[in-house]
Design a protein. Sequence first.
Length: 289
Amino acid sequence: MVSDFRHKSVLLQEAVDSLKVQEGAWYIDATAGAGGHTAEILTRGGNVLAIDQDFDAIEHLKERFENEKRVLVVRGNFSEVKKLSNQIPELPFGILFDLGVSSYQLDSSGRGFSFMRDEKLDMRMSDKNELTAEEIINTYTKENLYEIFAKYGEESDAEQIADSIFRARRIKPIKTTSELVDIIKSVSKERRIHPGTRIFQALRIEVNKEMDVLSGALWESIEIVGEKGRLVVISFHSLEDRIVKMFMEKAEEKGLGKILTKKPITPKWSEVKKNPRSRSAKMRVFEKI
């Protein structure tokens, strides 16, 4: 087994409770990761199509559920959810999206997701993706860097950081997370959180085109989920949550179902204390008519 592939599933009980798992019905865990939500769905009697784009996650899932006939593990991006759902014998009764980065990807993957480690600037969720963070940092125009830092990172020092990166790379290419962090720290005025937090978030979103595919995947999901089936979406920053909220509002306006969460569900203090990375999580639930 990929023994160091670990991840604490955020809002585990709340998410699976919201799916209203029925024995024998099929569910899609569209971002299965280490399989925490998948395992809980199985415990409650459901069958699961477990999808992930990360090769290490897929290897872990296949070994974890090797002897479990009620799980089908498939490698793919959640943007392909409609196509991938053809591999199960009936319409799914619920679909779950956990949009966070796994602890393994941050701590052990060696792909440069974390600003706390000196690693190559990669940030690809899947090795099928050609674009890397290194390419972005060294080839995007100063204006484009500013745009993604401001839009995806909501970074107040976006202009100064983009300018510093632009000037630094003219001397030599920026290849590692440590080199990038040093540049960010030299101009950032951030004191409440690590100065690299928002820039690394923005780069990860741009590398993996996360915002581009999310809305489409949600609309495909409402199309394929069965009657009274539910969509459960856990997001971790305001841009994602805004897309999810807007999707659910429009789907309700179109008469496709109803929003079950007037306000997003957030982790209890006890969960945040055990897993600080859960603190920004927001969960929204939609039921199809």
